[in-house]
Design a protein around this ligand. Sequence first.
Ligand SMILES: [Zn+2]
Length: 321
Amino acid sequence: MERSIILLAGAALVFSANVSARKLEEAYHLIPGSVPMDKGPDGNSIFLDAPKGLILVDTGRHPEHAQQLLDYARERGKPIAAIVNTHWHLDHTTGNADIRAVYPAAQVYATTAIEGALKSFLNKGREQAEKRIADPKTPADERAQLIRGRSRIDNPDTLRPTVPVTKSGTMKIAGRKLEVHVAPFAVTEADLWLYDPATRVAIVGDLVVDIVPFMDTACPDGWKKALEEVAATPFVTLIPGHGAPMNRAQFLQWEQAYDNFVDCGHSTRLKEECVAGWKKDAAPFIDAEHSGYVIEAATYYLDTRLRSSPEEQQKYCRPLR
Ligand SMILES: [Zn+2]
């Protein structure tokens, strides 16, 4: 009896040593975001180890998400040395300020697309937020989220890069070499995605969103081109902006679903057919919780981005002002 307890204890020790060794060797550490039905989403956040500390890709929207990121860094005993924002959407950048409040030396790598967004999309969003905040019927959770978002728009340096990235190339971030890709006119005016040749991991932000492409500020054809560039790298694992990591076959299936949806949108086929096509093509990526939402969202993006006036369709295919 005693012996087996000792053996078990020994096994437990070996097990935990293996776990922590594996943790140090992880190619990446994912803190998953979510797309809840009753409030705004959080994008995925990804940690990479670097000589000077941790690299953090995207910082989420809600304070609880930011807290998880800070907890992970504390647990690792390493500072967050750099933040990379894949794009300016607030479900990927709102947490920047929370992270930099604790790690003020953290550099922020992003494109300069935020500048056009501040003048247009975010400025307009702020006006709408004001109205919702003033409305006594607005639920408390939503009000808190809107106030948090407004505070970022009012302090735009919390959203801006400290190291603007204007072209693709190999960069040293926190002492670690990474391939940094700029994708013009895709999810936003300029998205940023990473490829790490050492681990063959691609981190692509909202160029891939499992349940439905979030096209609010998208140039659909530029996005398609960006997906082709992602496919051209020899990645083994791809981490989307929302949803679980994908292997190459899964990514190619999602890319095909995206292409079919955009092609259908540009055709004269019935809207319902395009939406049903998306649901069918992307079925492996759509969970039961979101199956109704996906129909609404896909219909909305067809109306607003793919089948709106020619001028409106091109709105995000040129610089915002
Ligand atoms: Zn997102």
